[in-house]
Unconditional design. Structure first.
Length: 182
């Protein structure tokens, strides 16, 4: 595994240091052009509100949060983060959407993304999620390869759907049918 650890966050939520680490990770990734749904680095307050909403949904099985940490001089440093959230619509409630999966670029290629994703899939299985969906920007080739390796299949594409300034990218839609893994 290396010098890192991936863990699910329980109903107690993230520590102040973990929250700050997720904020810093997401802001840095978006500033570097990462396809995480923001055009500009998100304000800390927005990320904190998201984390609080997710944490509140964890005890009921309506969300799962995974965190990758590495040892650092002052304790731990956040190296990756991901979560899924159950759909709100009553007709979609058996399913969940993997909304974010992010790994520090300096630590990509070490297996953190794969371990974050398998941890989130395991949590989805425990919570009886039937289908785990996700979408990604069409130029995110490494992420698409990871999803395919772990059993996701592409079920759709929206051409030139994602707008980043004047640039346009396809939106790829993927799903993993967890009913097949039970």
């Amino acid at each position: 595994m290396g010098d890192w650890e991936v863990r699910l966050i329980g109903s107690g939520g993230l520590t102040e240091g973990e929250t700050g680490g997720v904020v810093a990770l997401l802001r840095a990734l978006v500033a570097g052009g990462a396809a995480l749904g923001w055009v500009e680095p998100p304000p800390a307050a927005e990320v904190i509100a998201l984390l609080e909403t997710l944490t509140a949904a964890v005890p009921s099985g309506d969300a799962a949060i995974a965190l990758a940490v590495v040892p650092a001089a002052a304790g731990e440093e956040v190296a990756g983060f991901g979560y899924w959230r159950r759909y709100d619509r009553p007709t979609h409630r058996p399913n969940a959407d993997l909304e974010k999966l992010a790994v520090d670029p300096d630590r990509q290629g070490l297996g953190l993304g794969r371990t974050l994703l398998t941890t989130l899939i395991a949590a989805a299985l425990r919570h009886r999620i039937e289908v785990l969906t996700l979408d990604l920007r069409g130029d995110n080739i490494r992420a698409a390869a990871l999803y395919k390796k772990l059993g996701f299949h592409q079920y759709g594409r929206l051409d030139r759907f994602v707008a980043v300034g004047e640039a346009r990218y396809d939106k790829l839609l993927y799903a993993l049918d967890l009913r097949e893994l039970r």
